[in-house]
Design a protein around this ligand. Structure first.
Ligand code: ZN
Length: 326
């Protein structure tokens, strides 16, 4: 068996307006680490946000589809994306978000964590989770949020499932996760070191309507694997379980396989290498539209189709991406 995933690699969700998406996640203090296109629909963006270097486990990425209808949260879906912040930071975050007129949920305590919910402009359900171990992960020192409060990466993802047993069986029996906690209808599974970034909560909600993946919902979640040899092993293991797994796909910054877990959530296993510095230096991440080699010949057409994006630069606001206006 290949080694169980070290943790979450990234979460990908659907947005509508790309500029509004960039502005909101910048306000959360995440770095725009890559501006590229959806390789399967290159007339639309794929925007990557994360920690300073965009290391796996810090990444939340978006397909902004202007005019896309709003999705519906429900069963067979990743329904909440939880982000990790240091203990004692929630008060600072509430002040910061309220000053931006962002609507907040109440603070809830769960075991050794405190959390509150917040929606992004497209309605994506996020959660800030404060816990003692968050400070172990590095902050973006030069980012827009004071480093002592800054988001340290993904904490966990919540899957809502009509019946949780087959999902649990895939997680523990095939992917190597272990049941770490159980509170009512919430089952927490852990992989790797079992810390923030390596957790998935499964909510058992038989009465929930089926989720509809569209704007404001999660498209898929990706788990880490160290390299291609292990990814090939994973693919064979999953095929052996009768799952419908894609071939290995080159995503330029990592290589990916995709499959649906029994409850319907689209999962990915993505390699840690090569990472975001494969086509631009660390200091320059996210300041220009990057295309994979196979789309470079179509650059003029692609830029023409994409709206411009304004992103904060080192000295002044930069205009990146397309030439299609705002
Ligand atoms: Zn992905």
């Amino acid at each position: 068996m290949p080694t169980p995933p070290a943790g979450l690699h990234h979460v990908t969700a659907i947005a509508t307006d790309p500029q509004r998406n960039v502005d909101f996640y910048r306000m959360l203090g995440l770095r725009l680490v890559k501006v590229t296109v959806n390789f399967d629909a290159p007339d639309t963006y794929h925007l990557y946000f994360g920690g300073e270097s965009g290391r796996p486990g810090t990444l939340i990425t978006f397909f902004p589809w202007p005019g896309a209808p709003r999705g519906r949260r429900g069963a067979g879906q990743a329904t909440t994306v939880s982000l990790s912040v240091p203990q004692g930071s929630l008060g600072w975050w509430r002040d910061h978000l309220q000053a931006q007129a962002v609507e907040l949920g109440a603070v809830a305590s769960r075991a050794e964590e405190e959390a509150f919910s917040v929606r992004d402009p497209d309605g994506l359900a996020l959660e800030l989770v404060a816990h003692t171990q968050a400070g172990l992960a590095p902050a973006w020192e030069d980012g827009p949020i004071p480093p002592e409060h800054a988001i340290r990466g993904l904490h966990s993802v919540t899957l809502t499932e009509a019946g949780y047993e087959r999902t649990a069986e895939l997680l523990t029996g095939t992917l190597g996760f272990r049941l770490a906690a159980e509170h009512g209808d919430r089952f927490r599974f852990a992989t790797g070191e079992g810390r923030a970034g390596s957790l998935v909560d499964v909510l058992c909600r038989p009465e929930a309507p089926q989720g509809l993946v569209a704007a404001g919902t999660v498209h898929h979640i990706a788990w880490r694997t160290p390299g291609e040899a292990e990814q090939v092993e994973w693919r064979n293991v999953l095929l052996g379980q009768g799952l419908n797994v894609t071939p290995i796909i080159d995503r330029q910054y990592f290589h990916s396989i995709y499959f649906r877990e029994p409850g319907g959530v689209l999962l990915e296993i993505a390699t840690d290498p090569p990472g975001f510095t494969i086509d631009e230096p660390l200091m320059q991440l996210g300041r220009a539209l990057k295309l994979p080699p196979w789309l470079e010949p179509s650059r003029a057409d692609i830029e023409h189709a994409l709206p411009t994006l304004k992103v904060p630069g080192p000295d002044e606001e930069l205009v990146v991406g397309g030439t299609g206006g705002t």
